[in-house]
Ligand binder design. Structure first.
Ligand SMILES: Cc1cc2nc3c(=O)[nH]c(=O)nc-3n(C[C@H](O)[C@H](O)[C@H](O)COP(=O)(O)OP(=O)(O)OC[C@H]3O[C@@H](n4cnc5c(N)ncnc54)[C@H](O)[C@@H]3O)c2cc1C
Length: 409
C-alpha cells in the first residue's frame, strides 16, 4: 500500500535556507523563525501522514455515495475532518477577526502541500472552503462576512465554487444559470452546474455555494455574470442552519480518480441567493478564488509527484532485480536492488529535481502573494498574477509526467 512521510526537512530547507523567510521585510514574517516553522510543519506532518494518508486508499476504493439526496463520504473521512477542524488547520492564514490564525500564506501553502500529498481528495473539502472564504472576505459586505466567515474559517460550514455548466466550461460567457431579483433584495437562482467539487457531503452543518449566474437584462457574455452566496440551508434569525434551500445534487460525476471527493451535478431550482460584490462583476470576485485555486492546482501537481516519488524510491531500494553493471552490490542476495541501475537512478533523480524546483517556485509564488496582500506591493501582485497560470500549467503537467515515471519504477 502506498505510504507517505512528510518531507519536512526539504520543506524547511526552502523556507529557511533558500528563501530565508524570517529575514524578509514582510509583516508577520519576523515570527517565522526556524523553530516556529519546524514546530508547525512537524505537527502538520504527523496529522497528514498518520491520519490522512491511510484514508487515501479507502477514499479511492470506497468513493462517495449519493443516498436519498445526500452525499456520504468514505469511512473515516468525517472523523479525520473533525481532527483537522480541532487543530485549526483550515484557518491557518485566515483573518483573526473571524477566528483565523493570521499566519502568512506561505505557511498555509506548505501545509497544503502535505495535505495534498497525503490525501488530495480529502484536502479539497477544506481547499474549496478556503477559496470561498477568500472571495467573501475580499468582496462581501460586513454583514456577509460576519455571517459566514467564522463558520467557514472553522470549517463547520464548507464552501464550493460553481462555474461550470453542461454546455460551458472554458467559455463562461455562455452561462445560462439565471438570478432573478426578489422583492426582499435576494435573488432566485435557477440552473444546473456540473463538476462541483465538494458540492455536497456529510462532514459540515452547512455548505456555502458561491454560484455564478446572470441577472436578466444585464450585459451579454462574460460581462453579465454576477456571483451569489447560496447556502444549502437557509439561516435562522440566530444564524443557525434552518430550512433547506431549493437546491439539490443531481448525481455524482464519474471520475478516473479522486473518488473520495464528491464531485457533484448541482441543480438550483429558484434557490435563494445573495449577491456577493457588485452586480455583473462576478468574474472579478470569482477570480479571487481562482488565483488561489490555480496556485493550489500547481501545488497538487508536485505534491502528487512527491508521494509518487517516495513510493518509487522505497520500491527501488527494496526490489531485487539484476546486478549492478559496475559489480555486485548485494552479494548475500540473489540480485541487487533496482536502485543500482543507472536508468532507475536517473529517473528518480529527475523526479526529485522537479519536486525540489517546483516546491521552491510555489513557495516563492506564495511569498509574492504575501507581499501583495500584507504590504500592498503592486509589483509583487503583477508578477504573481503573471506567474500563477505558469505555476498551475507547468507544475500540473510536469507533476503528472513525474507520477508516470514513478509508476514505471
Ligand atoms: C475533478 C474536477 C473537479 C472540478 N471542480 C470544479 C468545481 O469545483 N467548480 C467548477 O465550476 N468546475 C469544476 N470543474 C470543471 C472544470 O473547471 C472544467 O472542466 C474546465 O473549466 C474545462 O471546462 P470543460 O470541461 O467544459 O472543457 P471545454 O471548455 O469543453 O474545453 C475542452 C478543451 O478545449 C480547450 N479549449 C477551450 N477553449 C479553448 C481556447 N480558446 N483555446 C485553446 N483551447 C481551448 C480546453 O483547454 C480543453 O482542453 C472540475 C473538473 C474536474 C475534472
Amino acid at each position: 500500500m502506498p505510504d507517505y512521510t512528510a518531507p519536512t526537512k526539504d520543506m524547511l530547507f526552502i523556507l529557511n535556507d533558500v528563501l530565508k523567510i524570517s529575514t524578509l521585510d514582510i509583516p508577520g514574517y519576523d515570527e517565522l523563525e526556524a523553530n516556529f516553522t519546524a514546530a508547525v510543519l512537524n505537527e502538520c506532518g504527523k496529522l497528514t501522514a498518520e491520519v490522512l494518508a491511510p484514508l487515501n486508499a479507502v477514499g479511492d476504493l470506497e468513493g462517495c455515495r449519493l443516498e436519498n439526496g445526500v452525499v456520504r463520504t468514505p469511512t473515516g473521512f468525517k472523523e479525520a475532518f473533525e481532527q483537522v477542524k480541532a487543530g485549526g488547520w483550515a484557518g491557518l492564514d485566515c483573518d483573526p477577526e473571524y477566528g483565523g490564525q493570521n499566519m502568512p500564506y506561505i505557511m498555509a501553502t506548505a501545509a497544503s502541500e502535505m495535505f495534498g500529498s497525503a490525501n488530495m481528495a480529502f484536502s479539497m473539502y477544506q481547499g474549496l472552503t478556503h477559496g470561498a472564504y477568500s472571495a467573501i472576505h475580499a468582496h462581501g459586505s460586513a454583514h456577509q462576512k460576519a455571517t459566514y466567515l467564522p463558520k467557514m474559517v472553522s470549517c463547520e460550514w464548507t464552501g464550493t465554487m460553481n462555474l461550470t455548466e453542461p454546455h460551458c466550461g472554458t467559455d463562461l460567457g455562455l452561462m445560462r444559470t439565471k438570478a432573478e431579483p426578489q422583492e426582499d433584495g435576494s435573488y432566485a437562482i435557477t440552473g444546473q452546474k456540473i463538476f462541483i467539487s465538494a458540492g455536497d457531503h456529510d462532514m459540515a452543518e452547512n455548505i456555502i455555494h458561491l454560484v455564478l449566474a446572470k441577472i436578466p437584462g444585464g450585459p451579454k457574455g462574460i460581462k453579465g455574470v454576477s456571483l451569489f452566496i447560496v447556502p444549502k440551508f437557509m439561516l435562522n434569525e440566530d444564524g443557525s442552519p434552518g430550512r433547506r434551500n431549493d437546491l439539490s445534487v443531481g448525481k455524482l460525476e464519474e471520475k478516473m480518480g479522486i473518488h473520495g471527493n464528491s464531485t457533484c451535478v448541482m441543480n438550483y431550482d429558484g434557490a435563494t441567493g445573495y449577491l456577493l460584490g457588485e452586480a455583473h462583476k462576478g468574474m472579478r470576485a470569482m477570480f479571487t478564488m481562482m488565483n488561489e485555486a490555480r496556485l493550489g492546482v500547481g501545488l497538487q501537481g508536485y505534491a502528487q509527484a512527491e508521494v509518487a516519488y517516495q513510493n518509487a524510491l522505497t520500491y527501488a531500494k527494496d526490489r531485487l532485480q539484476g546486478r549492478d553493471i559496475t559489480g555486485v552490490k548485494n552479494p548475500d542476495g540473489p540480485a541487487d536492488p533496482l536502485i543500482v541501475h543507472p536508468d532507475i537512478r536517473r529517473n528518480l533523480m529527475e523526479q526529485k529535481s522537479f519536486i525540489e524546483g517546483a516546491r521552491a517556485f510555489t513557495y516563492w509564488g506564495a511569498h509574492l502573494i504575501d507581499r501583495a496582500h500584507r504590504q500592498n506591493d503592486q509589483d509583487a501582485d503583477g508578477l504573481v498574477s503573471l506567474l500563477t497560470p505558469v505555476i498551475k500549467g507547468f507544475l500540473s503537467d510536469k507533476g503528472f509526467d513525474m507520477c508516470v515515471q514513478a509508476q514505471q519504477i
